[in-house]
Design a protein around this ligand. Structure first.
Ligand SMILES: NC(=O)C1=CN([C@@H]2O[C@H](COP(=O)(O)OP(=O)(O)OC[C@H]3O[C@@H](n4cnc5c(N)ncnc54)[C@H](OP(=O)(O)O)[C@@H]3O)[C@@H](O)[C@H]2O)[C@@H](O)CC1
Ligand SMILES: Nc1ncnc2c1ncn2[C@@H]1O[C@H](COP(=O)(O)OP(=O)(O)O)[C@@H](O)[C@H]1O
Ligand SMILES: [K+]
Length: 497
């Protein structure tokens, strides 16, 4: 796991590293700038491009000055610097690098407060105006400069953070930010880069290691963690030589209506492909031929008004995909909560029914998983105006109901009753198509049936679901849910290798 820190914590780690490595703050800035330049030269190798580095007078600006000098040393022939001296204040690291800049003879131009903004015809802009020290929305001269630069539509590469962007906490509406094609960020992704509100301000980000003190970072015990492949590899259990279908659990999936049978088929296919020993799906009579034709491995219980379910047979139950919200579905959901006290997976229409009957929230068995997307989440827990607010709700509701909440998105958010938030990095826009969530539910259900706890099932499930989609998207620009379900065994084989 990569712990994700707030700007205040990063500055704490910065100071700790300076004191304990030990390293001077100027040497740390040089190391950060070198790391930026290595990444930059990789993505922008044309050394004749006309590049302007815009620098503020804080440490982000200090980085910018060092970066300009290092680019020149790396034979970038057309680099110049514009310094926004809008405040009398500057940091010693900025001033040190200013002296260095002058000594290597790079063209620079100072823009003072209230000055006209100088004409810019550069091909690449490096944004080192403001970084993680931002403490208020841009206004005045900064706002004027950023609006001018945004209107140029030039390729912008931001140093650490796009100027004006909030790295953590609620992002105010109508925020003015210098829009970046790419952000080359230091040490770790900033938490807000992982939320959809970052989308208008950056196409992409890349993390470069600047050698901040890792044990100290771990000691801060951040609630926010980014999942890494190694975590999932460690959590995955092998399939043992003398094992049999009973070893890997029996999952029951209650899903589908005549018009939404696909949801039941996708969910149960994903469950079987993720390795549950047995999968049974509870569907209406009209779905039986489709099930037997497409997946003879899966057993069926025909869903009359209230089917006769032998609850004790199942290691876990999933309920919701394509289920509908009519009276008999609500009755069935209540029956699950009444009869079955082990962890379940609740998705789609089951979430919508709980949203309409909030008393049911209290009946969810401890250790269960709910898998809402944004709209289902807001129906359940009230309207939210920002993703930061949703994260806060995930933390409080996971604890209150003793469940894992998996809130789906580009970086799916998993909250546990212990107050941790895990971000899943896998998945891609080729997967933005119907039924993908049904497959995820099947994957998580399968993992619960196999004996993984809810936290592990969510982390492994979200990761391999997205990873399967990533592998497919190497060849395909659109990936369908059924393809992801069928590809899970190949992804699992690689992860277990
Ligand atoms: N931490 C690390 O790991 C490392 C960090 N490094 C680098 O340091 C950067 C952080 O530098 P930093 O702390 O000097 O802050 P920075 O963003 O340059 O801002 C400067 C000042 O601007 C001001 N200000 C704030 N908001 C404003 C606004 N809206 N409009 C106008 N002014 C505003 C505010 O001062 P104020 O006016 O509030 O007194 C603030 O102090 C970081 O992003 C990275 O690039 C690396 O070199 C080494 C490793
Ligand atoms: N752009 C994307 N990047 C990463 N993952 C995506 C993207 N679009 C969709 N997904 C994944 O696909 C799934 C969609 O779930 P959901 O909205 O419930 O779909 P459905 O209701 O159609 O089954 C989620 O797991 C989500 O993380
Ligand atoms: K910046």
């Amino acid at each position: 796991m990569i712990p994700l820190l707030t700007a205040a914590q990063i500055s704490q780690v910065d100071n700790y590293t300076i004191a304990h490595e030990p390293i001077t703050s100027i040497a740390l800035m040089e190391r950060a700038s070198e790391a930026f330049v290595v990444a930059f030269t990789c993505d922008y190798p044309d050394k004749a491009k006309n590049i302007t580095v815009y620098c503020g007078t804080g440490n982000n600006g200090g980085d910018g000055l060092a970066i300009a000098r290092l680019l020149k040393n790396n034979f970038y022939t057309n680099v110049s610097v514009k310094i926004a001296r809008f405040s009398q204040k500057s940091t010693p690291e900025f001033e040190h690098n200013f002296v260095q800049l002058k000594s290597v003879g790079i063209d620079f131009f100072v823009i003072n407060a209230d000055d006209e903004i100088p004409f810019d015809d550069s091909e690449i802009i490096i944004d080192a105006l403001l970084g993680s020290g931002l403490n208020r929305p841009l206004s005045g001269d900064y706002a004027k400069l950023v609006e001018y630069l945004n209107n140029l539509h030039t390729t912008v590469v931001a140093v650490d953070v796009p100027t004006g962007f909030y790295t953590d906490g609620q992002i105010p509406g109508n925020l003015l930010v210098l829009k970046a094609r790419q952000v080359i960020t230091f040490q770790q992704a900033k938490i807000n880069f992982l939320l959809p509100e970052s989308a208008p301000f950056m196409d992409d980000f890349k993390v470069v290691d600047i050698g901040l003190d890792k044990p100290f970072i771990a000691s801060l015990n951040s609630p926010y963690q980014l999942i890494e492949e190694s975590d999932v590899r460690q959590m995955l259990k092998p399939r043992k030589p003398f094992s049999h279908k009973g070893t890997y659990g029996h999952a029951l999936i209650i899903a589908g209506q005549p018009q939404t049978m696909g949801a039941a088929l996708l969910c149960s296919s994903a469950c079987a492909h993720t390795g549950a020993g047995l999968t049974t799906v509870c569907i209406p009579q009209s779905g039986l031929v489709a099930l037997n034709t497409s997946m003879p491995e899966i057993m069926a219980i025909i869903r009359n008004d209230l089917p006769d379910i032998k609850w004790e047979k199942y290691n876990t139950i999933a309920i919701g995909p394509g289920l509908g919200t009519d009276a008999s579905s609500i009755e069935l959901l209540r029956a699950v909560f009444k009869e079955y006290k082990r962890p379940v997976v609740i998705d789609a229409d089951a979430l919508n029914m709980i949203a309409d009957n909030k008393d049911l929230l209290l009946n969810i068995p401890a250790g269960s998983v709910i898998t809402p997307h944004m709209k289902e989440f807001d129906r359940l827990f009230g309207q939210h105006t920002s993703w930061w607010q949703r994260i806060e709700t995930v933390i409080s509701k996971a604890k209150q109901y003793n469940i894992c909440i998996l809130l789906k998105n580009r970086y799916t958010i998993i909250g546990t009753p212990e107050g941790k938030i895990y971000f899943n990095p896998t998945g891609n826009p080729a997967m933005a198509s119907g039924g993908m969530g049904d497959v995820l539910t099947g994957v998580i259900t399968s993992l619960l049936a196999q004996g993984y706890a809810a936290r592990e099932a969510c982390i492994i499930g979200a990761y391999i679901h997205g990873k399967a989609g990533d592998e497919l998207s190497n060849q395909l620009s659109v990936v369908l849910a059924g393809q992801v379900a069928k590809h899970i065994p190949a992804t699992l084989a690689k992860m277990r290798a």
